[in-house]
Design a protein around this ligand. Structure first.
Ligand code: PGA
Length: 244
């Protein structure tokens, strides 16, 4: 159960969130919990999560470990904060910051080199779904952004399916649509990495996940977890999703 805070919260607000959130999930042993705040809050989040089962992740990662890449943050830097995960290829990165499948692959490889767990995002836009191109788009994102990983590397990633039309819009994919698309992604995985890898890989659903729809999404065997944006900003709402 992963929370993507996007560009919200200061370090002080991060500490306050954890203080309220920790007791709410103290009994939750059924899943991994990851919170991905902005880079500037990673240290505060790691500190505030210490002694709990809550992991902390970044929202992006550079493809190089250091260098003349103004504005980027590298795997070793993220790792040094104590964070353990990194979201890669979020649709907002693709849409507003020219992220491509090629850079998604390079950033994923960089995360793995640094020992971070990548949460690699894929998903189609509304016009692509309406034109009947969902499978084709996901296949391209998989082939160009993920399939270049070795089987050993692939075994370390989590995939997040986030239909762009469902992000921040209040329009959740129905559990059936989400599950069907997860099957499409799993079929790509099976063709490239084999049945065992396809069975093992965790695929999260993301896009307007809220306390009141988490249970029906998680009831789909195809959906292994959720990546939550807006509803992860409030301790009570994210805790009720975690404890669906
Ligand atoms: P949302 O965002 O839950 O606010 O729709 C999900 C995401 O972008 O990861």
């Amino acid at each position: 159960m992963a929370g993507n805070w996007k560009m919200y919260k200061t370090p002080a607000e991060t500490s306050a969130f954890f203080e309220e959130f920790r007791p709410l999930v103290a009994q939750s042993q059924h899943c991994e919990i990851v919170i991905c705040p902005p880079f500037t809050n990673l240290v505060a989040a790691v500190e505030a999560a210490r002694g709990s089962r809550i992991a902390v992740g970044a929202q992006n990662i550079a493809w190089a470990s250091e260098g003349a890449l103004t504005g980027e943050i590298s795997g070793p830097m993220i790792r040094a904060t104590g964070a353990t995960h990194a979201i890669i290829g979020h649709s907002e990165r693709r849409q507003y910051f020219c992220e491509t499948d090629e850079t998604v692959l390079r950033r994923t490889q960089a995360a793995l080199v640094s020992g971070l767990s990548p949460i690699v995002c894929v998903g189609e836009r509304l016009e692509e779904r309406e034109a009947g191109h969902t499978e084709e788009v996901l296949s391209r994102q998989f082939q160009q952004g993920i399939a270049g990983l070795t089987p050993e590397e692939f075994a370390c990633i989590v995939i997040a399916y986030e239909p762009v039309w469902a992000i921040g819009t209040g329009k959740t994919a129905t559990p059936e649509i989400a599950a069907e698309t997860h099957r499409t992604i799993r079929a790509e995985v099976r063709a490239r990495y084999g049945k065992e890898a396809a069975d093992d890989v965790r695929i999260l659903y993301g896009g307007s996940v809220k306390p009141d729809n988490a249970r029906s999404l998680m009831a789909q065997p195809e959906i292994d977890g959720v990546l939550v944006g807006g509803a992860s900003l409030q301790p009570v709402s994210f805790a009720s999703i975690v404890n669906f």
